[in-house]
Design a protein around this ligand. Sequence first.
Ligand code: APR
Ligand code: PHB
Length: 396
Amino acid sequence: MALTRTQVGIIGSGPAGLLLSHLLHREGIESVILERRSRSYVEGRIRAGVLEQGTADLLREVGVAERMEREGLPHAGINLAFSERLERIDMAAHTGGKTVLIYGQTKVTRDLIRARLDAGAPLLFETPVVGIEGYLDAKPRLIYEQNGQRHELRCDFVAGCDGYHGIARRSVDPARLHTFEKTYPFGWLGLLADVPPAAEELIYVNHARGFALCSMRSPTRSRYYIQCDADDDVARWTDEAFWDELRRRLPPRVAEAVVTGPRLEMSIAPLRSFVAEPMRFGRLFLAGDAAHIVPPTGAKGLNLAASDVHYLARALAAHYREGRTDLLDRYSETALRRVWKAIRFSWWFTSVLHKFTDDPIDHRLQIAELDYITGSNAGRTMVAENYVGLPLEPFD
Ligand code: APR
Ligand code: PHB
């Protein structure tokens, strides 16, 4: 039977929509998630895997942290490699003990979906939203399709958690929307393999041939990336060519420690910064990738989705509990302050690590900047406090 009425209609079952539904459930607020893809498609997407402490805490708060506590790997530092040097940034030492947790977004999504379905709460797959109506007056309606039939879901509020390509932002009158965009002329070619990681912590590499990153999902599963042209084609890359190019960009000791193996997955991710302002239009609220995209350098995408829905859930809770509208009014500006700072950090980190031109002065300037940052207490603190995640603002 089709669902016709709820308090909060959520479009999209990525991390933003799922986490929001759990936060609302804890406050006794009903929601329905409508997701256009199948469950197996959503659960199979390979994404980044670094959780800021605040994001991990949110998963704990909603009681979906059991597997994360068991399998997540706490990391207190990251490494920067440049000019044959390997510099560790001790994040914990520079942030009063904060760390990140290595735990794949794929697992986060699966954990959140299972907990939602186990609770018997509505999460519908293969139900694309094709229209959002009435959100500027008091009666928003989501028009969605299910098994070829059209249905209408009446809501008090709509949360557009439908990613960059979703319908929510596109439904807004362009005259009310300010967008900011930067597309980088390169992408990341990523390879996932069941081999032990080359190092205990992540290594971000600036090399004259281009950026590289050594990351991981577990002690037996590694994720590596190399910078490639934006129009490169995965079909051009054999596993062997990938491993050879990766090792050329790593400091010799790290290159020797790389264990190679057949790909489980290989794909190219584009690099882009994008922000849409504001994040609220009447009773329609945008959260996560629907409102902003960061380049993956720094792994902020999922973490920003988490901070957005943290603020949004609080604003909705204050509305239902106390009839307040002030937090709903402040949602956009509050979320955007944190978004812009993460956009800045990811842009800066991208700028110092990637090859932009063949002009040697650009590379020398990057090396000087990395030398300065790693040689300065202030510089190390800047990297550390951004990487572990800037604090959430008080919002109540
Ligand atoms: N109707 C229903 N669902 C839709 C529609 C639609 N019209 N359009 C898009 N969706 C769904 C997509 O299929 C997707 O599952 O919305 C979901 C959006 O999820 P994400 O793209 O994961 O976005 P978000 O939840 O904001 O997560 C942000 O995840 O995408 C990564 O890099 C991103 O790490 C970041 C984080
Ligand atoms: C990943 O493991 O996929 C990853 C890690 C760090 C990043 C980006 C991606 O900055």
